[in-house]
Design a protein around this ligand. Sequence first.
Ligand SMILES: Cc1ncc(C[n+]2csc(CCOP(=O)(O)OP(=O)(O)O)c2C)c(N)n1
Length: 535
Amino acid sequence: MSDQDVDTLSPEILANAIRALSMDAVEKANSGHPGMPMGMADVATVLFSKFLRFDPQKPEWPDRDRFVLSAGHGSMLLYSLLHLTGYERPTLDDLKNFRQLHSPTAGHPEYGELPGIETTTGPLGQGLATAVGMALAERMEAARHPGLCDHHTYVIAGDGCLMEGVSHEAASLAGHLRLSRLIVLYDDNGISIDGPTSLSFSDDSRARFEAYGWHVSGVDGHDAEAVEAAIAEALADDRPSLIACRTTIGFGSPNKSGKASSHGSPLGADEIALSRAQLGWEHPAFDIPADIRAEWLRIGSRSKALAEAWYQRFDALPADQRAEMERRLCGALPAGFDKAVEDYIDSLIKKPVKVATRKASEMMLEVINEAVPDLIGGSADLSGSNNTKTKGLAIIDGDDFAGRYIHYGVREFGMAAAMNGIALHGGFIPYGGTFLVFTDYCRPAIRLSALMKLRVIYVMTMIRSVWAKMAPPISRWSIWPACAPCPICMCFALPMWWKPQNAGMPPSNPGKHPLFYPSPVRVCRSFGSTKATRI
Ligand SMILES: Cc1ncc(C[n+]2csc(CCOP(=O)(O)OP(=O)(O)O)c2C)c(N)n1
């Protein structure tokens, strides 16, 4: 059921405020994407005014609904919503500085630039796949703290997101796990950059998602009542939901709506004037009349009481439980972590063992898994090769999210993106394995792990058996242009926060442990036995 709020202004007028700000900011920047925000303004207005639980004064509220703009090029939709609903930033000046150097309102939303940006988006499809990880983390947290975790993950995705391969992996995994708290609002506008999607895309997307086990519906995306009813129906379903919202890109622009020309270029002053007339929006650029601003602010305060009630329940927890949850949410490691690692290193120094390094990794992981209950393991169908499933880790599946191990299936990119979502959600530290050579399959998500500085751990094994055979012998261990296919060298090309580590050696300095970085824990049989040393 949607919230029973008293509406004082029509949804069309509220949506027009988003349209106007989007047209104006793109025009002022002389670059950007007005079409998508103008097309999805009605859907977003219904979502934010009737359903989304968020508190601009407490953007970190752990039980807030997550909103992911997977179609990140439509960033002005998100910036307009954050501004109108009362987040401290973006200010009106931030909107006027859209796409300018040092402005938090980048061309595509960047995590960390503004509260309310839940993840960096822009690489199409990845937002949706990241949201799958968030929705999974929500279920895992709810299994541990049912009274403190009860939220939804909403996504706006476009044709491009659905065309991208990662959306297939992610949607398949979400269907398998029956992630009922995931609701995707698909901007079904039939237009992408090159023109009508019929040029390249004839999938029956709705049938595709149904086949994945999703609940699927379709609505006129400009009919607020229909959109509200569709979201309410999705909330009541126990499967992930796709709502195909039939919209017109650039809605309101008399000459550019429904056309690719509104996708990624300013409309131009003349067309903006015509659009204002067609929409009945008579206000100057960047001007939001007081009554419309007040209504949007009221929408932004809808969930204030819910957030306060959550913090009261949290404060009422027994002190030890509260401290433990606080620790997990802040990302601190448990008090016993250093000692567990030190004791393990001591035991290896006293009694060295000769094992393959992936076995050494497993031994180390077993110690760490015991000491850090927030670690969530997994593998892309290589559990037995990556040695990622240590003793006692129960499996997470659609019936039980209390476990700590995820069988991601043969979906490396989907796994990596979902791990980003788990880390972004908070409360958990994901690690996942595959063969090192398949970092190539994960790379776009590893790149985002690095850019967002997320604590995601990649356990990449089997360098010798897979990669070394492919590389010419002379280049095998040297940094030399001819070794370009070497996955490790290519990893060094990733942004600086991504630090390759060798888990064959248990780390002597926990401050440098892979747990602190997005990091591949690389393990290679050929690197020999574990020989514990203190550096
Ligand atoms: C992985 C990736 N490939 C290409 C692009 C460049 N790109 C940005 S938007 C877009 C078209 C997307 O079409 P659609 O999702 O239908 O968006 P709409 O035209 O409706 O705004 C493309 C190809 C991108 N952002 N990410």
